[in-house]
Every structure is written in structure tokens, then in C-alpha cells.
Design a protein around this ligand. Structure first.
Ligand SMILES: Cc1cc2nc3c(=O)[nH]c(=O)nc-3n(C[C@H](O)[C@H](O)[C@H](O)COP(=O)(O)OP(=O)(O)OC[C@H]3O[C@@H](n4cnc5c(N)ncnc54)[C@H](O)[C@@H]3O)c2cc1C
Length: 431
């Protein structure tokens, strides 16, 4: 006879552990809600760890020559994040590494892009300033550099440390879900619940609100429930990763003639300390449908054209095809704001896409307002789901996956500690 499921009542069941789900879970836990975050792969998978980590005030959206809704909506976000990074905001991010407290915008030598840069600097109320020749970053401190250069007072964060920080703040609340053993249900009143066949016993999760923050996975979750709205759009990209020996970190956008930066460069490190340049912008948008080798060739040409003095001899190259998941916009344009809304046909389900890493705080604010409007308050239910589900792990970065270490961390440690192998033979390095 099959065992009757154990009913578990939570305030909030958050599905998807990228920045959106984790930030919301942090805010909700601080507000006293009983929460569980359910992740199907590993925390930070998909977009968050693949992002360039730029927490920006929307400056790059002024490239069209006018302040758009997007630039207005996110203008305050860097300040919000800075407060969190100092431990003075609504989420404690004191363990998140800041890779850079600024980034650059530079334009080529041609008149049109210089003009775009000039316009951007004029209309953005002091959030951008021209950089004097003697203040240029090392990468652009070369006699051949002849463009215009601006410095933006925005920040770049290390996304793996962000995810670890957010997960640590809500330790004991992030679980792994295996959808081959789980099923969402919706009853005749539109109330969603979740059944999971755990090794111990089947459980049935009920929540005042389910919140889908699964990025690209939201569409499939909605489909499981037979729901059509809100509708998602995917914007494909193919980023380029360069593992090189150039000793300079650089964070910046190179402006071209278009309104999207021609090239965006962010810098990251592998655990062994080697350097990665991560290339996005128009290169990644236009390269989305290219074969990896073709795009790598294109990236090499771009770098030769834009920073011909950078010696990339011996560099290793890889690409990352990835999609940005967002709420559907007319003409597939970039949405202006974080989005979270009730799903049509489900009474206790919200679906959200932050649309930018930068806007995760905005999504959480909107969600908490929606709970407030619906009269949802913290209950006294406290349940340890770990009796039934394993904890979710942290994901690896795309560059860790693209350039795996020649030896595992354990092997490297053994070498360093001069440990012998099982047969008592010294390891290779000991000879
Ligand atoms: C290449 C690139 C560069 C970017 N750079 C920037 C930038 O510099 N600055 C900026 O502000 N924004 C940037 N963005 C946008 C930003 O990364 C995203 O808007 C943001 O990370 C989305 O977060 P999310 O939590 O909604 O989704 P995701 O980060 O995609 O996370 C979704 C999570 O849900 C999980 N999941 C999926 N399906 C399921 C399921 N069925 N059940 C349970 N879990 C599930 C996934 O495994 C994942 O962990 C960039 C995006 C890309 C692709």
C-alpha cells in the first residue's frame, strides 16, 4: 500500500536558486517568513554565474542619446548594492567580493562613436566622467590608444562569492529538487501544491505563495501546471572566454556606432589564479548563431582592432552559448524593469524575472509588496525539509567548466603537502 504524503506547510516555496530566488529568500527570511528554496541543478546555474557581474545604473542604455525607462529605473541600484556590500542594506553582502568599484566606457577613434560617448556623458548627471590620460587603466595606457575614455561610478561583483554569500545567509533553506520525483499540481480553486517522492516518504508542500524564479526554467514550470501567462522571451547570446597571461584586469564597454556596446570586457580569475577575459556586448549578441570557431575568430579580430597592443599569444579560447530569460516584450526588446506578477489561473503563484542581476533587489521589493497587498504574513510554521531533501550545492562558473584544472584540488593539495599515494609511493612531484 502506498504511503500517504506528509503535508508540509510553508509560507513561501521559491523555485529556482539564481540571484532572483536567493535575494528574495534572503529578504523573506529576514521578514520572518518560513521559506524553502528549491533548486534543480546547483545554486547560481544558468544566467547568474554566467553574467558579467556589472551592477550598473543603466548608463549603457543612454547610448541611444536619451534617458530611457531602463536607465531611470535602475539608476539607484548601485547605491542599493553598495549599502548591502557594507552590511548596511536590506541583505547582508559583506562576504561578496567587489571585483571593481568602477568600470570604463571607451570609444574608438571615429567621430560617430566619440559623439555617442560625449552625449552619454552630458545627459547622465555626473555618474560618468572623462578619464585623463595619466589616469587610464593599464590596458588602455598605450601610445596607440586614441579614443575617448569615461569612467562610470558603478561596480562589478564576483558572482560566485555573491551566490555563496546569499546562500550562506539562508543556510538550511536551499534544497535540491529532482523533478523526476516531483510534480506540481493545481486544484480546481487554482491552488498550487508540490508533491515530492522522497526516499523517506512522499511529501506534499503547500505554501501561501509559490514563487517561480527559475529563469529560463519558469516556462517549463508554468507548462507543468498548464498555465500560459506570464509569457517568457529568450534572447540568445554567445559569450567568449579568453584564458590569457595578460596581467591586467579590465572592466568596460567599448562603444561602437550602435546603441549596444560593441564589446564588453569583464575580468575573472580561475581558482588557480589564472586570468580570464569574458567578452560580451554586441559581439555576443551577433555571435549567438555562429559556430564557436567562427565567433572566436571574430573575437580575436575585434581585440586586434580595439587593443592591438594586447599580446594574447598562447591564450586559450572558449565560448558560452546562453540565453537571457525575460518576460515577453513587444519586438523582443530589452525589458526596463524587474518583473514579478501573479500567474493567470493560479491563486497562490507568482512568476518573476529580474531581467538584470542589478535589479534582483527590485524584484524582491516588488514581491514583498505583492505579499503585503495580498495580506500574506509570516506564520509560526517551522519545518526542517532537510529530513526529506538534500541541500542544494553551489554551481561552478562557466570559465571553471571551460578550462578545468589539469589536476583536481585534492591532487594539488597532495602535491603541496608532499603526500604519498595509497601504495606508499611518493607522488610524481616528490621525485
Ligand atoms: C552573458 C550574460 C551576461 C550578463 N551580464 C549582466 C551584468 O553584467 N549585469 C546585470 O545586471 N545583468 C547581467 N545579466 C543578466 C542577469 O545575469 C540575469 O538577469 C539574472 O542573473 C537572472 O537571474 P535569475 O535568478 O532570474 O535566473 P538564473 O540566474 O538563470 O537562475 C535560475 C535558477 O533556477 C534554476 N532552475 C531552472 N529550472 C528550474 C526548475 N525547474 N526547478 C528548480 N530550479 C530551476 C537554475 O538551475 C538556476 O539556478 C547577464 C546575463 C547574461 C546571460
Amino acid at each position: 500500500m502506498s504511503q500517504a504524503p506528509l503535508s508540509i506547510h510553508l509560507d513561501l516555496a521559491i523555485i529556482g536558486g539564481g540571484v532572483a530566488g536567493l535575494w528574495l529568500a534572503n529578504r523573506a527570511k529576514s521578514a520572518g517568513f518560513s521559506i524553502a528554496l528549491l533548486e534543480s541543478k546547483a545554486l547560481g546555474s544558468d544566467q547568474t554565474l554566467a553574467s558579467q557581474g556589472m551592477i550598473h545604473g543603466g548608463m549603457k542604455y543612454t547610448l541611444a542619446g536619451a534617458l530611457t525607462g531602463a536607465s531611470e529605473a535602475i539608476a539607484e541600484m548601485p547605491k542599493h548594492w553598495r549599502a548591502c556590500l557594507c552590511g548596511e542594506g536590506d541583505v547582508d553582502l559583506r562576504h561578496t567580493r567587489i571585483l571593481s568599484d568602477h568600470f570604463f566606457m571607451w570609444s574608438g577613434d571615429d567621430l560617430s562613436s566619440k559623439l555617442t560617448g560625449f552625449l552619454a556623458s552630458k545627459i547622465t548627471r555626473g555618474r560618468i566622467e572623462p578619464v585623463r590620460e595619466d589616469r587610464r587603466p593599464p590596458l588602455l595606457r598605450h601610445p596607440l590608444f586614441a579614443g575617448s575614455l569615461y569612467r562610470l561610478e558603478d561596480i562589478v561583483i564576483d558572482t560566485p562569492s555573491l551566490i555563496a554569500n546569499l546562500a550562506h545567509n539562508i543556510e538550511g533553506h536551499c534544497f535540491q529538487i529532482d523533478w523526476s520525483q516531483a510534480q506540481l499540481h493545481k486544484n480546481a480553486d487554482g491552488i498550487v501544491s508540490l508533491n515530492i517522492a522522497t526516499p523517506e516518504q512522499p511529501i506534499e508542500i503547500h505554501a501561501q505563495r509559490f514563487i517561480f524564479t527559475a529563469g529560463k526554467g519558469n516556462a517549463e514550470l508554468l507548462q507543468q501546471l498548464g498555465l500560459a501567462n506570464p509569457v517568457m522571451q529568450l534572447r540568445p547570446l554567445q559569450q567568449v572566454m579568453v584564458k590569457h597571461h595578460h596581467p591586467f584586469d579590465f572592466y568596460g564597454h567599448c562603444l561602437g556606432r550602435e546603441t549596444t556596446p560593441r564589446l564588453t570586457i569583464s575580468s575573472h580569475r580561475l581558482p588557480d589564479g589564472s586570468y580570464i577575459w569574458y567578452l560580451g556586448g554586441s559581439l555576443a549578441e551577433k555571435g549567438a548563431s555562429m559556430a564557436p570557431e567562427e565567433l572566436i575568430e571574430q573575437a580575436k579580430q575585434e581585440l586586434v582592432e580595439l587593443i592591438p597592443w594586447a599580446n594574447l599569444t598562447g591564450a586559450r579560447w572558449a565560448t558560452l552559448p546562453i540565453e537571457r530569460a525575460e518576460p515577453l516584450q513587444p519586438g523582443l526588446v530589452r525589458p526596463d524593469n524587474a518583473f514579478i506578477a501573479q500567474a493567470d489561473g493560479a491563486a497562490n503563484l507568482l512568476v518573476g524575472w529580474p531581467t538584470k542581476l542589478t535589479l534582483a533587489p527590485n524584484l524582491a521589493n516588488q514581491a514583498l509588496s505583492l505579499f503585503d497587498d495580498a495580506g500574506i504574513t509570516p506564520s509560526t510554521n517551522r519545518i526542517n525539509l532537510h529530513d526529506y531533501l538534500p541541500y542544494a550545492k553551489l554551481a561552478k562558473t562557466p570559465w571553471e567548466l571551460a578550462f578545468p584544472p589539469a589536476m583536481s584540488a585534492e591532487e594539488a593539495l597532495a602535491r603541496r603537502l608532499n603526500i604519498t599515494d595509497e601504495e606508499g609511493e611518493p607522488t610524481e612531484d616528490d621525485n
